[in-house]
Ligand binder design. Structure first.
Ligand code: ZN
Length: 828
């Protein structure tokens, strides 16, 4: 956002340096200690490596391939040698690496067994590595998924193996974006070590890890969902093609909970000699290293005493995972809520009944494909091939929050979780991840939510105020729809990832489209109610999108900025992610919104039921893999050949939706219909009543008194958002109107989306009596407050500017880095 905000590739594009076309990390073993006092994580990461089968054939490199970035610091002696010795390049920044060593895995006695038993198991074709150590690692990596337990045990044992004797430690070099490793005298990939240990520590200012305070002012740390992903947490291969498994052992003060993207529900082991607790997690499904997530803090687990009847009533043939899980963890986990009474939820609003019944409509699309399939991904223990996973509507889950928010989390989110998980299962099929933790992250988190394997971060802004009673059920809509959004990412974003990170719409557009469907299903809305709400949401998103497209740079509005070069990398595997470091892009929603409308458009061509049936087929085929836009679109066009007969082909979709800035044609023409629905008509009628009260229509006491008698209709939160947006278009609103609006809708107790619009109204009309509401929003809803600072500054009102500065000074230190940079530029 400097000057006119021109995009500067040198500053805005994120380099991915790892040479993944030569060699791949197949497994990480992390061993970490969390030090809150120094804000440092110390530890080791052990990498198990496998050379690529046809290393260096430049797979995918084409004319349009991005140039690999040059190291920012040039060390002549290091560069000279690069011509002679093989170099492993890892993505890494802001880490202090002290040592890199080759491991002597031949000294691990359990490994010797691999020499005997694996003989002949499918490895006949591959060239055998020279050293015994390399043979052992290759066999370890190649163990079939049925032996994953043994494999993980051996990985763990190897990670503690001594360094190889002879040759000493490996030589390494770091620059701004990478860690480069060589072994003296080793010129070829085949001779390069297969198991390395990197000893390192993080830096307090590193962008991957946020050291901050929770809502109860106690220290915590979590991976921030930064644009640089995890490279300031551990050296890794960042390109998504480098999919790997991992296991991690994390030690932290015993009062802390350690949450991590692992498929096991870890329990701590108390270490008497240090007074610390140790937590072990692992995954068996290979995932990009960027999806690894860690959170350590003094959070508490929310527990629910929901009766079995409440949770599992009409479900047939399921493992009712939720209630059983909670009953179990109640006794076992030392971090359960001990000093709060266990709350039984008064509003278990969601039951599963009927979720199955909706499947009847699948028969409409029965010609689309059969249910027999085989997995197309690398070998791992896949839930899609496990019949018991297919019938599991709700996976085991835990909910964590700081003590001061525990009760809200317990009452609002925990009861929603089972219903939303079941609705997601009914919509998309088998859960790709066998369990889930949900955490309310600190106030400085810059987004409403973030999904990672086995763990979802939610902002406190999704929790609603004290408002309950009338319409209480509906007040959960922000919370519920956001939860459904993050759950959708288990399928789109995680189980199926974008091969090229610039195609963010593949995860965000899908999750935005699916959140409405899953949330409506979780609430068991009738099809009429679902349709009405869907149109209202489409209208709100359309208004948001058109506003954003008018006020942002064209380059940032394109969903497939690399166009036909999308997915291409350099000969070594390195690439640049366009605009990834542009702070302005972080706060844009174009990938969410335009992606959502593209899916809505496609659904309108084939009908929603068939479209969702197609999603399930697509998930069966592509889970565990990375995709480009074309993989989805091509399969869709093949499945519904009528679309091409109507003139809709891949090129047309690219041209109108993905490769160009601005508003696609269908959207320009089609958006009018969203204003013609009952829910929107109701809002317009309410808005007319309020405008009738405004000073330009009539002044004086009489009018005021008349106004107070107007009978305003109760509206749902999304309607209220629209109502306030429409009022925001009015040039004038009297103080009396504003006061009455606030009171009529009990605005201070509404959800954060509603309160955001209210704050905009307050700022626009300089309604000083409600400045406290703006201040509260900027402090407690940091995930949404960034643009409000801009609005406070742009009016050139000294009182408003002082308010912006005061709020910034209060939260500056806990703010997310990108948000802080953007806001500081506006305010200071
Ligand atoms: Zn599978």
């Amino acid at each position: 956002m400097d000057g006119d905000g021109d995009v500067d590739p040198g500053r805005d594009d994120l380099p991915l340096r790892a040479n993944t076309s030569h060699i791949l990390v197949r497994h990480y073993v992390l061993d970490l200690d969390i030090h809150f006092q120094t804000k440092i994580i110390t530890g080791t990461v052990v990498l198990f490596l496998e050379p690529c089968p046809v290393a260096g054939d430049g797979n995918g490199a084409g004319e349009g391939a991005p140039t690999p970035p040059q190291p920012s610091q040039t060390d002549d002696s290091w560069e000279d040698e690069s011509h002679r010795e093989f170099t492993l390049v890892l993505d890494c920044c802001d880490l202090t690496v002290s040592k890199v060593e080759e491991l002597d895995v031949t000294s691990v006695s359990d490994m010797q067994g691999l020499l005997r038993e694996v003989k002949g198991e499918g490895s006949g074709v591959e060239p055998q590595p020279d050293s015994q150590s390399a043979v052992l690692i290759q066999r370890l990596i190649s163990l079939p998924s049925t032996q994953w337990k043994k494999q993980h045990h051996l990985y763990f044992q190897c990670s503690h193996a001594p360094a190889s004797e002879g040759g000493g430690p490996l030589i390494f070099h770091t620059d701004r974006w990478s860690l480069q490793v060589r072994k003296r005298g080793v010129r070829t990939l085949q001779e390069f070590p297969r198991a390395l240990r990197v000893c390192y520590e993080t830096k307090p200012e590193g962008g991957s890890v946020r050291w901050t305070k929770d809502q109860d002012n106690r220290s915590c740390v979590y991976t921030a969902g930064s644009p640089i992903n995890n490279r300031a947490l551990f050296p890794c291969q960042e390109p998504p093609v480098a999919m790997s498994t991992w296991q991690a052992q994390v030690r932290a003060p015993k009062e802390c909970v350690v949450l991590l993207s692992g498929e096991n529900q870890a329990q701590p082991t108390y270490l008497h000699h240090t007074g610390l607790s140790s937590w072990d997690y692992y995954v068996t499904m290979p995932m990009p290293a960027s999806t690894f997530t860690l959170a350590v803090g003094r959070w508490r687990q929310a527990t629910a005493q929901l009766s079995t009847a409440q949770l599992t009533l009409p479900v047939q043939g399921t493992r009712a995972g939720a209630s059983h899980t909670h009953a179990g963890s109640l006794d076992l986990n030392p971090f359960t809520n001990m000093d709060h009474p266990v709350i039984s939820s008064p509003q278990s609003t969601l039951v599963y009944s009927g979720l199955k019944d909706e499947k009847h409509s699948e028969s409409d699309c029965s010609g689309l494909g059969d249910d027999n399939f085989t997995c197309c991904h690398a070998d791992y223990p896949c839930p899609f091939t496990d019949p018991s996973a297919w019938s599991q509507e709700v996976v085991p889950h835990r909910m964590f929050a700081p003590p001061s928010l525990l009760q809200k989390a317990q009452v609002q989110i925990l009861p929603l979780l089972s219903g939303c998980l079941a609705a997601a299962h009914a919509t998309l099929g088998v859960h790709p991840f066998p369990r889930l933790d949900v955490l309310i992250v600190p106030a400085g988190f810059s987004s409403l939510g973030m999904a990672s394997p086995h763990i979802i971060f939610l902002s406190q802004s999704v929790l609603c105020g004290e408002r309950d009673g009338v319409g209480g059920e509906r007040d959960l809509s922000l919370c519920g729809s956001r939860l459904c959004h993050e759950l959708s990412h288990s399928w789109f974003g995680l189980a199926i990832g974008a091969r090229d990170w610039t195609e963010e719409w593949i995860s965000e557009g899908f999750a935005t489209y699916l959140e409405d469907i899953i949330w409506a299903r979780a609430q068991q809305l009738s099809s009429e109610e679902t349709e009405e709400q869907s149109k209202l949401k489409a209208l709100l998103r359309w208004r948001r999108l058109s506003d954003e497209l008018q006020n942002s740079e064209e380059q940032l509005q394109i969903l497939r900025p690399n166009m036909e070069s999308t997915g291409q990398v350099s000969e070594s595997g390195s690439s640049l992610v366009k605009h990834a470091l542009n702070p302005e892009k972080t706060f844009m929603q174009v990938h969410y919104l335009k992606g959502y409308f593209l899916l809505r458009f496609l659904a309108s061509k084939v009908g929603q039921e068939c479209f969702l049936h197609f999603f399930r087929l697509f998930v069966k085929k592509y889970h565990g893999q990375l995709i480009l836009s074309q993989d989805f679109l091509q399969m869709l066009l093949e499945t519904f050949p009528d679309m091409e007969r109507q003139g809709l082909n891949l090129e047309a979709i690219y041209a109108d939706w993905l490769d160009r800035p601005g508003i696609p044609k269908w959207l320009c023409e089609g958006s009018a219909i969203w204003t013609q629905t009952r829910l929107v008509e109701e809002v317009k009628a309410e808005v007319a009543k309020w405008i009738g009260l405004s000073p330009s229509v009539g002044k004086g006491r009489k009018r005021k008194k008349a106004g107070l008698k107007v009978n305003f209709k109760e509206v749902m939160p999304e309607q209220l958002v629209l109502l306030l947006e429409l009022l925001l278009e009015e040039a004038e609103l009297s103080v009396t109107s504003l006061r009455t609006i606030k009171r009529t809708y009990d605005l201070q107790k509404q959800d954060a989306e509603v309160r955001h619009r209210w704050c905009e109204l307050v700022v626009k009309h300089k309604y000083a009596q409600a400045y406290g509401d703006v201040e509260h929003f900027l402090i407690h809803d940091q995930a949404m407050g960034v643009y409000l600072y801009g609005e406070l500054m742009v009016q050139e009102d000294s009182r408003q500017q002082a308010l912006a500065r005061r709020c910034l000074s209060l939260v500056q230190n806990e703010m997310d880095q990108s948000a802080r940079r953007v806001v500081e530029e506006m305010v200071l």
